[in-house]
Design a binder for this molecule. Structure first.
Ligand code: F3S
Length: 471
């Protein structure tokens, strides 16, 4: 029996691809094990978002290769490189890593991983002439509700990929070139998978894609590309999907990740407000607020539009926590642009915020722009924003003290609230007695930076620990 080990890098979308690969390996009778050193085949599912992601991916590939060179029993081990970096650099990698890697597979081969492994062994036996690269052109694949999948997330939460690819023109981003044009699943397909996940005990469905708000819009005949404005009063496939997911029986959260600001509508705001299972949390990467930056980034939004949207979201969905990301150091960004961004952050008071230093990515339009900024300028601007957000985050955390909160217990003593997405946001620390993978109701007693401290409702703290208490 062939033993396979898989190293999954990058984002949640890549993780779902890894889960699909493992599902197909199981279906083909192969065994998937965590220890690379004991495997017959190692798959590295790579990320290629920015330079450092490529470096990390290459690091893992070379490490697997070196290890099999060192240990005799690993010398027959096969190495497969999958995912975004394989898809992006398929030609270069097949030349540069020809001796290290047995096969390269792209995003559309995730369901074919088992026959590809068979082909590698057949080639070794001389029975087949399998090529080193199985990547064929642009990615067009999209999973369905019955696609075999083995979840790698804990029992209580799952990622649900509702669409694949991206049709936006953002000048800094390489992902549309890697993952292909946006294509949505049907509402029926997503709902069928969600029902199954809830039956399996999942308490949190995290909806993901490159742009969740674009869900279903690729099928609108009158709106063939991402630049046509959305009719704000109109319902979309996403609002239909949210209402159908909300109607599934059971106690669970639905969390919306990766929403593009250009495609929000009043109907979407109303839908979230009216669907109690949709978490009071949204992830909306804004990237900047200065008009000149938004235009150079081709974000299809303006500063005025974004300010108005944030006001409408806060007014329409009471208690909403907003997560966003910004990029600093984009070509041509001035001190005045950064001042405007800081002022915006100060006023908008985002509950969760991440900052990226701009990365000049080969193959993007921004990479060819003049006025690229030095590393130290990017670094200084990054620190300025992070320092500002740390102060805001402390105010946000403090505002939770004394409140009663429903949390999802992740592991003994550690939970997450509605305002915290898995892997990226803060934690709620509570006594280890709370049952794991279940909801609990707690009272927030203190905080430490981005994390909250809690006790079961009715229990008083015996010792006041490091956390600052509410006055
Ligand atoms: Fe995700 Fe990295 Fe690909 S962020 S979409 S795995 S380039």
């Amino acid at each position: 029996m062939i033993k396979v080990s898989l190293i999954s890098l990058g984002c949640a979308k890549n993780l779902v691809d890894s889960e699909i690969m493992i599902g197909h390996l199981h279906q083909a009778g192969m065994v998937v094990i965590p220890e690379a050193e004991k495997a017959d085949v190692v798959i590295v599912n790579t990320c290629s978002f920015i330079d450092s992601s490529n470096e990390e991916s290459i690091g893992h590939i070379l490490e697997v290769h070196q290890q099999r060179g060192l240990k005799k029993r690993r010398q027959s081990q096969k190495l497969i490189v999958a995912g975004c970096m394989a898809q992006r650099f398929s030609k270069d990698l097949t030349t540069e890593l020809h001796d290290e890697v047995d096969a390269f597979i792209g995003l559309d081969q995730v369901t074919k991983v088992a026959p590809i492994i068979e082909a590698i062994y057949a080639k070794e036996r001389g029975a087949d002439d399998a090529p080193a690269s199985f990547i064929e052109g642009r990615s067009t694949y999209i999973p369905d509700y019955d696609t075999p999948r083995f979840r790698l997330t804990p029992r209580h939460f799952a990622y649900l990929k509702i669409a694949e690819g991206c049709t936006h023109p953002c000048t800094f981003c390489i992902i549309p070139q890697i993952r292909g044009r946006h294509r949505s699943r049907t509402v029926e397909s997503v709902v069928a998978e969600a029902r199954q996940l809830v039956r399996e005990g999942v308490k949190e469905l995290n909806l993901i894609s490159q742009d969740t708000t674009f869900f279903g819009m690729d099928t609108w005949e009158q709106r063939p590309n991402s630049r046509t404005p959305v009719d704000s009063s109109r319902g979309t496939a996403l609002t239909t999907l949210l209402r159908e997911l909300n109607a599934i029986e059971g106690e669970f959260w639905i969390r919306l990740l990766y929403t593009h600001p250009a495609h929000w509508s009043d109907e979407l705001i109303r839908t979230i407000a009216e669907c109690p299972k949709v978490a009071r949390y949204i992830d909306i990467p804004l990237q900047h607020i200065s008009d000149s930056m938004l235009q150079k980034m081709q974000r299809e939004t303006t500063g005025a539009y974004i300010r108005d949207l944030i006001t409408r979201i806060r007014a329409g969905i009471p208690g909403i926590a907003i997560r966003t990301t910004f990029i600093v150091g984009f070509p041509g960004e001035t001190e005045a642009d950064v001042d405007e961004l800081c002022e915006f952050i100060r006023t908008a008071k985002f509950e969760r915020l991440g900052v990226f230093r701009y990365s000049q990515e080969e193959g993007t339009r921004a990479a060819k722009m003049e006025e690229q900024l030095p590393k130290k300028t990017k670094e200084a601007r990054w620190h300025r924003l992070m320092k500002l957000q740390k102060e805001i985050a402390a105010q946000v955390s403090k505002s939770y003290v004394g409140r009663t909160l429903k949390v999802l217990v992740e592991e003994p003593g550690v939970a997450r609230g509605e305002a915290d997405a898995p892997d990226i946001d803060g934690r709620v620390y509570l006594p280890i007695t709370a049952p794991v993978s279940e909801f609990a109701t707690v009272r927030i007693t203190g905080f430490e930076d981005y994390d909250l401290l809690a006790l079961p409702v009715g229990q008083e703290p015996l010792v006041r620990k490091v956390a600052r208490q509410a006055q």
